[in-house]
Design a protein around this ligand. Structure first.
Ligand code: FES
Length: 130
């Protein structure tokens, strides 16, 4: 049986200045394949490319498609609904639209995120147009 992470493993990585959360083991995040994780109350999409990790909000700013179910094209995540593309680490789209993103890193075989979202200038689109 896998004992998973112990509370002291996790709290060791917490600090009063930043909120840090362990979201799984490194081996759970496969090259080129999206994985949905929940940070706070938000669905996020984690992708790995050439060993590097990226974490962006999963709900597409266009019309809400699930980026975690998308695929990679170069350094971009392709949304499965209308094929908009977003940088897998910054969340930046091809225009002025952008997904939110989170700092993500690996340490001792585990993956951590900062739970404070890095906001980038973004344009949200109405589900009724745009
Ligand atoms: S919902 Fe993502 S491109 Fe339209």
């Amino acid at each position: 049986m896998d004992p998973g992470l112990r509370r002291d493993d996790i709290s060791k990585h917490m600090s009063s200045k930043t909120n840090t959360e362990c979201i799984g083991k490194s081996e759970d995040f496969k090259e080129g394949k999206g994985k949905k994780v929940i940070i706070g109350f938000e669905d996020c999409a984690v992708f790995r490319k050439n060993g590097k990790l990226g974490c962006v909000t999963s709900k597409c700013v266009h019309k809400g498609g699930p980026l975690c179910d998308g695929w990679m094209k170069g350094d971009k995540i392709v949304c499965p609904w209308h094929f908009w593309e977003f940088d897998f680490q910054t969340g930046k789209g091809d225009g002025d639209e952008s997904q939110g993103s989170y700092k993500i890193w690996e340490e001792d075989g585990k993956v951590f995120v900062e739970t404070e979202k890095m906001e980038t200038p973004r344009k949200e689109y109405s589900p009724f147009g745009g």
